[in-house]
Design a protein around this ligand. Structure first.
Ligand code: FES
Length: 284
């Protein structure tokens, strides 16, 4: 069992949890993810690692309620435990590797985090800062009410730009529009990392292709086993089949077939809706 040692509400339907998971905390690196299960009947939920503390043996995850599985997780409190917490899974971020550090230090990096994508962006920017690499960060949210991690990100980013779709806080516009404004103002970047909803990553990539900025995305398709066996997370990248859980989750964003990935993501909507309804009605 994996005890919840901290639970904090970040926004209306977004929570942060520190989970005591010694083996994962010892081995994980930015960019990787875990698969959690609340109990015997809970769904397997893939979640990116938001932070880790090797001494306290904890891993931080950020959860947004989108279905029955996440609602079940949201209902748990400090002192409760998760039945399963498998990981670290996937490949660590290409930028956050000691072997690539000299090359990484030469880059002008900009991260674009869309909503919940802030959670996986944070450990990457933190790791880079700890290793002497500066990076700019753009955090985009629909509105001010769901903004989280502003102070945490400010502490690790070289420059932090917050934007909201409705203009309720920071720059009025989305992350791509903020990037365009920065480039128009004379900023130059030769590496972009975009993490967030697929539609946001698709449009960011369309812009960065035009701006000729190589772009890494972190793909979040439906996952089941997380070990490359089931095929649920398959994507088309550069015309070839890839599995996000073992080949990714990071890919060259200019080579990802986002339309195919979004179509696959929609396939299970009906089942997810039924499961959520059943959970809310008290059934399992
Ligand atoms: Fe099953 Fe990736 S989740 S192959």
């Amino acid at each position: 069992m994996y005890p919840i040692v901290r639970k904090e509400k970040l926004a209306d339907n977004i929570i942060l949890m520190d989970i005591k998971a010694p083996r994962v905390a010892k081995e994980c690196l930015p960019g990787q993810f875990i698969i959690a299960k609340t109990d015997e009947v809970g769904e397997r939920i893939p979640l990116t690692i938001c932070d880790y503390d090797r001494e306290k043996e904890t891993v931080t995850i950020v959860v947004q309620t989108i279905g029955a599985g996440t609602e079940r997780m949201m209902a748990l409190n400090e002192g409760d435990s998760l039945e399963d917490f498998v990981g670290p899974l996937g490949c660590p971020s290409e930028l956050c590797q000691e072997d690539n550090l000299e090359e990484t230090k030469k880059k002008h990096i900009v991260f674009i985090a869309g909503g919940l994508g802030t959670a996986p962006v944070y450990p990457q920017v933190k790791w880079l800062k700890e290793h002497g690499v500066d990076a700019d960060v753009i955090m985009g949210f629909r509105n001010k009410d769901i903004l989280f991690f502003e102070d945490e990100m400010k502490a690790v980013a070289k420059n932090l730009y917050v934007c909201t779709d409705d203009g309720s806080y920071g720059f009025h516009g989305n992350g791509s529009q903020q990037l365009q404004a920065l480039v128009d103002a004379g900023n130059t970047y030769d590496c972009c990392v975009a993490i967030g909803p697929m539609i946001m990553m698709k449009f960011t990539c369309l812009l960065t292709k035009k701006l000729e900025i190589p772009t890494i995305v972190s793909m979040n398709p439906i996952m089941v086993d997380g070990t490359g066996m089931c095929g649920a997370c398959r994507l088309i990248v550069d015309g070839k089949v890839k599995f996000a859980c073992v080949d990714g989750p990071e890919f060259d964003g200019h080579l990802v077939d986002f339309d195919q990935a979004m179509k696959r993501q929609q396939q299970y909507k009906t089942e997810e809706g039924r499961a959520k309804l059943a959970y809310e009605e008290g059934a399992t």
